[in-house]
Design a protein around this ligand. Structure first.
Ligand code: TXA
Ligand code: MG
Length: 301
């Protein structure tokens, strides 16, 4: 794939918006680091983020929205979260809040969790893209798995050149480090990741600090899960892939992007079925298969 690098202009935003609405991820600066953005309501577009990054596991992604009103259509804000958002948005603060059902966000974005990380970015490039697409944008940092977050278009090109169609270049990012992450999912605010905003001083004094690295707990079904299954045993709900048909099928044609896009929905479906056990067909270890298998192995453990 040829990766074009375009300076930030109205025409470049129009081209970026066209790609986003066609389900492609593109790189765009925020005030913290460059992000690899895709339409958060399109599961296959989100799967392509993981494909491009070569990330061997699914992590919940931050969703970027134009303003607090848009954020409140996707997440449930308690009083403290709303006050913090009013003080700090737009800016380098991500708030993790309960996901609002029916908000239209693909389950791959939250990796199946019932919470979501939301941020109103201050950079005019991503704000222009949000307004041109009218979509919430899921965006992790725009680097290949294992390399550091990019603060210049050149860094993105070195890391993801040939793997994404477009990099929007608006020079060096102002902050240079990823957003501060605060969870507002329980009684008090909790700092999940340190960042440009010093939240300890501003959060209520009962805000409990979670050690960095100890981020999201992972979604796993509540039922026992068996992997590498080619047929269902009695009492098993079989999630198929390709030729292994199953009660549901991640991708009858064996397409790993499609399979990644459907993974969490199908796990939830299996969990809610009448059968007491879940089995999943073998998934090849190539490309996105590695991330799918990583998640399945953890769920099976
Ligand atoms: O500044 C930033 O935050 C940049 C720009 C592009 O916005 N983005 C970024 O994304 O750093 P990423 O994917 O590299 O880091 C997102 C972090 C992950 O550590 C993830 O676990 C956490 O946010 N996160 C996202 N949603 C979460 C959730 N529902 N619960 C807990 N942690 C969450
Ligand atoms: Mg990152």
């Amino acid at each position: 794939m040829e990766t074009r690098v375009l300076p930030f202009t109205d025409e470049a935003i129009a081209e970026a918006a066209r790609l986003i609405l066609a389900g492609e991820p593109i790189a765009i600066p925020t005030e913290t680091v460059y992000g690899l953005a895709a339409d958060a309501t399109n599961a296959e577009a989100v799967a392509r983020i993981y494909e491009a990054k070569g990330r061997p596991s699914f992590n919940p992604l931050i969703v970027h929205v134009p303003d607090l009103a848009a954020a409140e259509r996707i997440g449930d804000f308690n009083h403290e979260a709303r006050e913090l958002a009013k003080q700090r948005w737009p800016g380098p603060l991500t708030l993790v809040v309960p996901l609002r059902p029916g908000g239209g966000i693909a389950s791959l974005v939250t990796a199946g969790l019932a919470t979501i990380g939301l941020r109103v970015p201050a950079h005019r490039a991503i704000q222009a893209l949000l307004s041109a697409t009218g979509r919430p944008l899921a965006a992790p940092s725009a680097n290949a798995s294992g390399s550091i977050s990019p603060t210049r278009a050149e860094h993105v090109f070195k890391s993801l050149g040939g793997r994404i169609p477009l990099i929007l270049d608006a020079g060096r990012t102002e902050r240079g480090i990823e957003s501060t992450i605060v969870a507002a999912t329980g009684g008090s605010l909790r700092l999940l990741r340190k960042g440009p905003i010093e939240i300890e001083a501003e959060a209520p004094s009962d805000g409990r600090i979670v050690a960095p690295g100890q981020l999201a707990s992972h979604y796993a079904p509540s039922k026992p899960l068996r992997i590498g299954a080619t047929t269902a045993e009695p009492e098993e709900y079989l999630i198929g892939f390709g030729e292994v048909r199953g009660d549901s099928n991640l991708s009858p044609s064996g397409d790993l992007v499609e399979a990644a896009a459907r993974l969490f929905d199908m796990l939830h479906e299996a969990d809610e079925s009448a059968k007491p056990r879940i089995a999943v067909a073998p998934i090849p270890e190539s490309g996105l298969g590695a991330a799918i298998n990583d998640r399945l192995r953890r769920a099976a453990a």
